[in-house]
Design a protein. Sequence first.
Length: 405
Amino acid sequence: MKFKKELLLIIPLILLFALALWYGWLNIFLIVIINLLILMYLLISKLNIKLFLLIIIQWLIYLTALITHKYFIELPGSGNDDVRFEKLAIGYYNHLALNMNVNVFQSSTAYSKLLSFVYFLGKPFEILPGLVNITVHTICVILLYKIVVNVFGNQKVAIISSYLFVLYPLTLINTVITLREIYVILFVLIFTLAILKYHDSKRILYLFISILAIVLGSVFHVGMVGLLAVLGVYFCLFSKQNFLFKSIVVIVSLLALLLFITKTDNTKIQNSLGTGETVEVNEMTGSRADYISPAERGGLSTKVKQEVFFAFKPFPWEIRTASDMIGFINILLIVISFILGIKIYRKTKNQKVLIILIIVALSFMVFALGTYNYGSALRHRDKTSLLLIMFICQYYFGRKKLNEQ
């Protein structure tokens, strides 16, 4: 038979699909299929066999952490935002499945709506959000690898950077527990790769993809709008387009960012969230983790303090707990990576290095405006600081190469 091999593959898949649909496991089935397709893509594209192995290792580590978190010991950072996202996702699932009203008790709803749709494809398994997050993380690893190869043209630096990203404890925790951070990271990486591709080819398609990444990413976190400023700065510094075109892009980008800055205090409060939804607003209370108290939120001086505290708090003399130490080490690594990036740019004049530094710096400035405490600052910094990993690896291999010569 001409298509015997194809039928041997298709028929079992159809049977498995039917069984998954019948028993309410369709969402799990689709996640497995998506990940198998990703592995097939890595094998067919011949990117790097070490990247293929890294994805396998990632799944072993992250799945173990997920099972441990859900059924044995809760990971640090759990018990607040993740619980609210899961509770709201179940509310939306009940609305889809049983036509029940949704009690919307927070303004951030996109992630919960996505999870509710995945639940609706089968059953609301407790482990499901983590599986979806790990799948998205897998795509992020591949994108980071491609970005580093694009910037430095060095597969060794790219694979080491990807390994460090996978093994970074904060990323692991933020992926395994039910948080939206990995989705924002996904769109940051798509935006970054698209800008780098546009820098190489000047094809409008990549510019469109970068703008689309901002739009879709802003659905999960409004701070993604700040990447419009990156486009403005990019065209101002690197574009060879005529002055009128550059001026229009810069003005539109900066106006969009200015609008965000002036309205940022209202972005987390939505009066109307759709039919059948009621909003429950909780009083804000201060805590030690807050570096800006609820009473002083608002005004230019507060925004300046937010920028400084976001980038540098906790200060060394404020370290008292393990959480403080983690935050300080995170800041120290970011500062060192940023300095190494500047040194690499000054030595090589690689414009792509400068583009990465601009993306990280401007995203920090924007995310800082909606951040008031240590925990949120730590998560928001990691949305783009992962791009700085490549500078540590490149600097190390560069010095090693010089020493060997």
